[in-house]
Ligand binder design. Structure first.
Ligand code: 8OZ
Length: 364
């Protein structure tokens, strides 16, 4: 009789050894410096969390056009590569492993954030409901400009260059952000993709951009250091699809051709359930994707151990709990109390609510 797999069991991720199955989810924190450059404060934050089985660093734009929020880091300039090198060196000194999440927001932006004040780009000229976050506060979303077919390979090349820059910056791998209503997700779902060229219409066509980006990024890294994140039930950023079971079932199956490091699922939130959209059970993707599966969405110690013991997933990502508990694996291991997260300091600011959450000490 072997013991159940749990959060504290090691995991072999390709040729990378993870000491536990507790993954730090990518978390937008809006704390890059001028020029969207990572700096010492970010290095300290990630190094504090180096005991994660794997850190997936925050969504990072591969091109200035891919930015949609203030103070998010990029991976397109030499200064950004140098800033990220400081982060990866500091994490490695603490014994950690760190991937970078590659991002293009598509329509979830605003002319205020775009080069030369241009319109954000998207598969189709459909404005999201809601408001963009700009340096001057919230402003209504604008109708994006639909990409010309001839422009799309240029964006694929931005992901390729971002992947190469991440390699130069000393990351252990990269995650392609294909979730949460950003550019790749906008191509995947028919609520945002009404194209009539080879990137729209059938699910094969809507998945083409995802697969081209994955091909480019795996060319740079080798597939075993590349993951993909999907949010099949997500309604965030005004997303919808007429048949998410088919859309995301196809995407998961099509990704099998690469032998990726992992597929990472951002599962349905309470807001998605309240919205009343169709929920795609994670088992639908587990049944179709043949590689490592990471799940993320409100896990606790008990729920995380259960999902691993049941083999419903291989790894569990924690977001909010890693914001407020730099030493989350140790706290979960000894069942220590958890620091409560302060929502008001999630996005933007400095050390407060970022690098000042206390580590647990048995004496306190
Ligand atoms: C919250 C605020 C801003 C961005 C995502 C990158 O949802 C994000 C994000 C989350 O993937």
């Amino acid at each position: 009789m072997t013991a159940d797999i749990n959060l504290f069991s090691p995991y072999q991720l390709g040729n990378l050894e993870l000491p536990n199955r507790i993954i730090m989810a990518p978390l937008t924190r809006n704390r890059a410096e001028q020029g969207n450059v990572p700096h010492q404060l970010n290095a300290t934050y990630y190094a504090q969390r180096a005991s994660a089985g794997l850190i997936i660093a925050e969504a990072t734009q591969v091109t200035p056009q891919g930015q949609g929020y203030p103070y998010t880091p990029g991976i397109h300039s030499p200064e950004q590569v140098a800033g990220w090198k400081l982060v990866t060196d500091t994490v490695r000194q603490q014994g950690g492993r760190i991937f970078l999440q590659l991002w293009h927001v598509g329509r979830i932006s605003h002319p205020d954030l775009q080069p030369n004040g241009e319109l954000p780009v998207a598969p189709s000229a459909i404005a999201p409901q809601g408001e963009a976050s700009t340096y001057e506060g919230h402003k209504p979303f604008v109708t994006p400009r639909a990409l010309e077919t001839s422009e799309i390979l240029g964006i694929v090349e931005k992901y390729r260059q971002g992947a190469a820059n991440a390699l130069a910056a000393g990351f252990d791998g990269v995650e392609i952000h294909a979730a949460n209503g950003y550019l790749i997700d906008q191509f995947l779902r028919d609520g945002t993709n009404q194209r009539t060229d080879k990137y729209g219409g059938s699910i094969e066509n809507r998945a083409r951009f995802l697969l081209e980006v994955t091909e480019a990024v795996t060319d740079v890294w080798g597939a075993e250091r590349v993951g993909v994140r999907l949010s099949p039930s997500g309604t965030f950023n005004d997303m919808r699809d007429s048949n998410p079971l088919e859309t995301f079932g196809y995407a998961a199956q099509a990704l099998n051709q690469f032998d990726l490091a992992y597929l990472h699922i951002f599962e349905a939130t309470d807001a998605d359930i309240r919205y009343g959209g169709m929920i795609v059970p994670t088992s639908h993707l587990r049944d179709r994707f043949t590689g490592t599966l990471i799940v993320n969405g409100g896990y606790t110690r008990e729920k995380g151990n259960a999902v691993l013991a049941n083999k419903a997933a291989d790894l569990v990502a924690f977001g909010t709990l890693f914001i407020s508990n730099p030493d989350l694996p140790r706290r979960l291991a000894v069942n220590a109390p958890l620091n409560p997260p302060d929502q008001t300091t999630f996005y933007g600011g400095g050390e407060k609510g970022y690098t000042d959450y206390p580590f647990w000490s048995a004496a306190s």
